[in-house]
Design a protein around this ligand. Structure first.
Ligand code: LLP
Length: 444
């Protein structure tokens, strides 16, 4: 097993996260259970913030991409760590505001923001909206006019760098639903258009080249392209770049096929970006822009694990052995969606050697409801506590109630003590919005 900062094995041979024994957590809170290590989350937020402070004179801000994991407590932590957030829906915005997150440090994303979401963002007074369509620019301008304000925006541009997990390619054209392409001229056209709007202040550009990326060079090339484009816009449209938002996308460890970076290791990505921004600015004579980054996965991903209880075990001789758990695609749809890989650990027997290759199945009525396929484990028995590592990002936030399973609760561990940050759902929660029309009521 890959020892990470928040995980260790204690004297009882149990897996610990943030100093809390996973077997005890399972007893206290039940399973399935999402567990987050607060210290790891804070450390990652701090590493990014301090890198901007130390290498860029603090002329920038870290925005936590809250689509990775959104709940009130995480917004409180982000605020305490003096970072901003990005939100991509009215729901994330509402959650952040409910946690008293300062609106000025909120950036709103989305490729199709709804009218009411733009209205809510302006009413809240959020810092910036990242526009991704002509229609959005019109709406933001109109809504800002109604309120007698000017709204700061960035434009999402597409630098034509497509980054995949283990490789990156530069594409001449792009078919992404996100952003305005630099290459085909639409990024320039939309810049000119936004500059005509009286109730919009165009502050700069945003780009995000993908997720779970380890190659520094793909980020560097994206920065070069954005800075080159900004120079062209200065020369052609007399527009000076004030803010450059470079998105997120830094990869995390899921299995030993991935790189395992220490929190400090992530600072190196940011240092490379900063060095590139500085070099491009010097070469072009442009002022240094205010710099934003939007890491999501790398802040919460490795900070979280999911605990399950092993139930049915089905051995199909010569074919496959399934170890079924009390969760599944409803709490972690990432295998079903992307064939994502995970590392399982038997939390109650964490020192035992792996002796079998098994597939971890969920409890949904769906053959594709798997958490991990062909993974090594000690021989699992019904009742064992199984931990899946690196589930802090895009697990709870993508959970669903398929088969009317309850979305598991989330607990936050600090100094070995766990507390709910998202309480368990109840059957009542599941049926709260159900309505039986009169004509379907049982007649007495
Ligand atoms: N900024 C923007 C504009 C984004 O679209 C994203 C992620 C991020 C920042 C944060 O990227 P991160 O640092 O977390 O890689 N559901 C997928 C991931 C979708 C990511 C979408 N955008 C998954 O489970 O892998």
């Amino acid at each position: 097993m890959n020892e990470r900062e928040s995980l260790k094995i204690n004297a009882q041979g149990h897996l610990e996260i943030g100093g809390a024994d996973c077997v005890e957590l399972a007893k206290e809170f039940g399973t399935p259970l999402y567990v987050f290590d607060e210290a790891y989350i804070r450390k990652m937020m701090r590493v990014y913030r301090e890198t901007i402070e130390n290498h860029y004179d603090g002329n920038g801000m870290v925005l936590y991409a809250s689509k990775a994991f959104s709940c009130k407590a995480i917004y409180r932590i982000a605020d305490e760590e003096k970072i901003g957030i990005d939100v991509v829906s009215g729901g994330e915005l509402y959650t952040a505001l409910q946690a008293d997150f300062p609106a000025k440090n909120i950036y709103m994303h989305g490729n199709n923001k709804l009218d009411y979401e733009i209205g809510e963002a302006l009413d809240a007074g959020i810092g910036c909206i990242v526009a991704d369509a002509y229609s959005e620019i019109d709406k933001i301008d109109a809504e800002a006019k109604k309120r007698g304000i000017q709204q700061k925006i960035l434009l999402r541009i597409n630098p034509g760098v497509e980054a995949h997990t283990h490789a990156f390619v530069q594409t001449a054209t792009t078919d992404s639903k996100f952003g305005f392409s630099i290459q085909d001229g639409t990024a320039e056209q939309v810049t000119a258009y936004a500059l005509t709007k009286k109730h919009i202040v165009l502050d700069g550009y945003h780009c995000h080249i993908g997720s779970q990326i380890f190659e520094k060079q793909s980020f560097v090339v994206a920065v070069e392209k954005c800075m080159q484009f900004a120079l062209e816009m200065k020369n052609r449209l007399n527009f000076t770049l004030k803010t450059l938002n470079l998105g997120g996308g830094y990869g995390i460890w899921y299995t030993d096929e991935d790189r395992k970076l220490s929190p400090e290791g992530y600072a190196e990505y940011l240092e490379a970006l900063i060095a590139t921004v500085k070099r491009c600015a010097t070469e072009s004579g442009m002022p240094l822009p205010f710099l934003l980054i939007e890491p999501g996965r790398s802040i919460v991903g490795e900070a979280g694990i999911t605990l399950y209880t092993v139930g049915a075990i089905k051995d199909i001789p010569g074919v496959k052995k399934y170890v079924a758990v009390d969760g599944g695609m409803f709490d972690n749809p990432r295998y079903a969606l992307y064939q994502s890989k995970y590392t399982p650990v038997l939390a109650n027997r964490a020192t035992e050697n792996n002796t079998e290759i098994v597939s971890i199945a969920g409890k949904c009525c769906e053959s594709g409801d798997l958490i991990a396929v062909n993974v090594a484990l000690p021989k699992a028995n019904s009742g064992d506590i199984l931990a899946i590592l690196s589930t802090g990002a895009y697990n709870y936030s993508m959970a669903m109630n398929y088969n009317r399973n309850k979305i598991p609760p989330c607990v936050l561990v600090k100094d070995g003590k766990a507390e709910y940050i998202v309480r368990p759902q109840t059957y009542e929660d599941l049926t709260r919005n159900d309505v039986i029309p009169n004509r379907l009521q049982k007649k007495p």
